[in-house]
Design a protein around this ligand. Structure first.
Ligand SMILES: CC/C=C\C/C=C\C/C=C\CCCCCCCC(=O)SCCNC(=O)CCNC(=O)[C@H](O)C(C)(C)COP(=O)(O)OP(=O)(O)OC[C@H]1O[C@@H](n2cnc3c(N)ncnc32)[C@H](O)[C@@H]1OP(=O)(O)O
Length: 229
């Protein structure tokens, strides 16, 4: 069921660094730590390096943090939980009270390790992704659904960074080459066209040396109709 508009806009604001929270670091699109309203619980920003990150993804992270210094790029923060003020007004109970954002639901190193950087002028996002052992599909290879998740999230962030809260309406993915589990890949996403509430986004997925095109994709993201909210 769709939630009301205002909480979503607060989430959007936090994502774009437009609202309060802990002080953002230079080059960040938002707060590094998110204090929940009770101030008893701190949800850490999971797009920062952790011990499971390989040298390769750390190097890419460092390179792009440098690009953030002149403000042209911003690191996109990423959390495990939706903060209580952005959640449904009714108290969630049982299993639902433990809800996590899917792409951040695994412990460090086991699932989706990634960081995204966004360029507002170019309307594009780059994601560095390292898929952990719990994302295996065929032996030793990344599951296609895990890649689809990352394409969805990267494309979704590219659209969301325009300031609209969007939902994914359509994804078309060509899986061209299998991805070795644990390797680092680069997902580039850009907005090709905007028609009213429709954001047409394309993505390509490559090896770090750009020699292998693993996948390409297009997606349609639609911002919510105020009449229907
Ligand atoms: C969800 C995340 C939650 C919290 C995140 C928290 C923090 C943010 C941090 C990070 C963000 C990460 C990015 C998120 C990535 C994950 C995104 C998702 O997983 S979303 C979940 C999967 N998607 C859905 O469940 C969507 C289900 N569908 C719908 O709710 C609706 O169909 C819709 C997409 C909202 C559109 O419904 P509307 O009633 O608003 O639109 P319409 O009036 O029907 O159509 C408008 C326009 O668009 C065309 N159209 C609609 N659907 C399609 C389609 N599938 N293919 C092509 N075209 C489509 C339609 O024809 C109309 O066109 P027009 O006539 O030219 O205007």
């Amino acid at each position: 069921m769709l939630r009301s508009c205002a909480p979503r806009l607060r989430t959007l604001g936090a994502l774009r660094g437009l609202t309060g929270g802990a002080r953002p670091a230079v080059g960040d699109a938002g707060p590094a730590l998110r204090l929940f309203s009770s101030e008893k619980f701190i949800d850490k920003d999971r797009s920062l390096p952790n011990p499971s990150w390989s040298k390769e993804i750390r190097l890419l992270f460092d390179q792009f943090m440098k690009k953030c210094e002149d403000g042209s790029w911003k690191r996109v923060p990423s959390y495990r939980y939706i903060s209580p003020q952005d959640s449904k007004p009714t108290k969630e109970e049982g299993q639902m009270s433990r809800a996590r954002i899917f792409s951040r639901s695994y412990d460090d190193g086991l699932g989706f390790e990634f960081v995204m950087f966004h360029n507002d002028v170019e309307k594009r996002t780059v994601c560095f992704f390292q898929g952990g052992p719990h994302l295996q599909g065929p032996s030793g290879l990344l599951h296609g659904g895990a890649l689809a998740t990352m394409i969805d999230v990267t494309g979704g962030v590219t659209a969301i960074m325009t300031g609209e809260f969007v939902m994914t309406a359509n994804l078309n993915i060509n899986f061209k080459r299998p991805i070795p589990l644990g390797s680092v890949i680069v997902i580039n996403s850009q907005i090709d066209k905007v028609e009213g509430r429709k954001f047409f986004v394309s993505c390509d997925v490559q090896s770090v040396d750009e020699k292998t095109l693993y996948s390409n994709a297009t997606g349609l993201f639609i911002s919510l109709d105020p009449e229907k909210k």
